[in-house]
Design a protein around this ligand. Structure first.
Ligand SMILES: [Fe+2]
Length: 215
C-alpha cells in the first residue's frame, strides 16, 4: 500500500469535482430586453414584457391562492370543492408557464420568485389563517376580476402595437380560462335550496283603496 494512501484519497479526482459557490454578474438585468429576430421592435417587446410580468405576478398569486384554499377548505362540500380548487390550480399553473415563456420569447425576463411576485401583484394579500368557503370564493372571484380587467386592456394594447402573439395569449389563454373559472366559482354562491324546494305562495291581492273602489 502506498505510504500516503490514508491522507490523499482525493488524488486524481480533480476533474470530477463539482465547482461550488460560484458568483458572477447577471447576463441580463431585469427590465432589459434582449433583441431576438422576431420582427418586433424593442419598444413593443418592452411594453408587452412589462404588461405580461404584471399578469404573471397576478396569475402566480391566484394560482397559489387556489392551493391555499384547496388545503384549507372546510364544510359539507369539502370533497368537491377540494378537487375543483386543485383543478383550477393546475390550469392556472399552465398559464403561469405559458405567460413566463412568452416573456422570455420576447427577449424579456420573467418574474419568478415569491418575494418579487408579492411586491408586484395587484391582488390583495389573504390572511394566513383559514376562512369560510364563501369568503374563499369571494376572494378568488375578486382576484379573477383583477386579472380579467388588466388582461382585456393589455390585449388591446398588444393588438394595436402589432404584437399578435401576446394578444392571442391574453385572449385565448388568460381571458378564456379565467372567465370559465369564474363561472364555476360563482355558481357556488347562488343561494338555492339543497334538498327541499321553496314552495311558491301565490301573492295576496292588494286591498283596493277606497277611492279606486268608489269609481
Ligand atoms: Fe392536494
Amino acid at each position: 500500500m502506498p505510504r500516503d494512501s490514508k491522507t490523499n484519497h482525493h488524488a486524481g479526482t480533480e476533474r470530477s469535482r463539482p465547482v461550488l459557490h460560484q458568483h458572477a454578474r447577471e447576463i441580463q438585468p431585469y427590465g432589459k430586453i434582449t433583441k431576438l429576430p422576431i420582427a418586433l421592435d424593442e419598444s413593443t417587446c418592452a411594453q408587452s414584457v412589462e404588461n405580461l410580468n404584471q399578469i404573471l405576478a397576478d396569475t402566480i398569486t391566484l394560482r397559489d391562492m387556489y392551493k391555499k384554499h384547496h388545503w384549507q377548505v372546510a364544510g359539507h362540500t369539502f370533497y368537491q370543492i377540494h378537487l375543483l380548487f386543485d383543478k383550477h390550480y393546475e390550469e392556472q399553473n399552465e398559464l403561469v408557464d405559458t405567460i413566463a415563456e412568452r416573456i422570455q420569447s420576447l427577449g424579456g425576463i420573467s418574474i419568478a420568485m415569491a418575494a418579487d411576485v408579492a411586491e408586484t401583484t395587484m391582488i390583495p394579500r389573504p390572511p394566513r389563517g383559514r376562512e369560510e368557503l364563501p369568503v374563499q370564493l369571494s376572494r378568488l372571484l375578486e382576484a379573477h376580476e383583477v386579472i380579467l380587467k388588466e388582461a382585456r386592456t393589455m390585449a388591446k394594447e398588444a393588438a394595436s402595437a402589432g404584437d399578435d402573439g401576446t394578444n392571442d395569449l391574453l385572449v385565448s389563454d388568460v381571458i378564456r380560462t379565467n372567465e370559465l373559472q369564474v363561472w364555476f366559482l360563482a355558481e357556488h354562491l347562488v343561494d338555492v335550496p339543497l334538498v327541499k324546494a321553496e314552495t311558491s305562495t301565490p301573492e295576496k291581492e292588494a286591498p283596493k283603496s277606497k277611492s279606486a273602489s268608489a269609481r
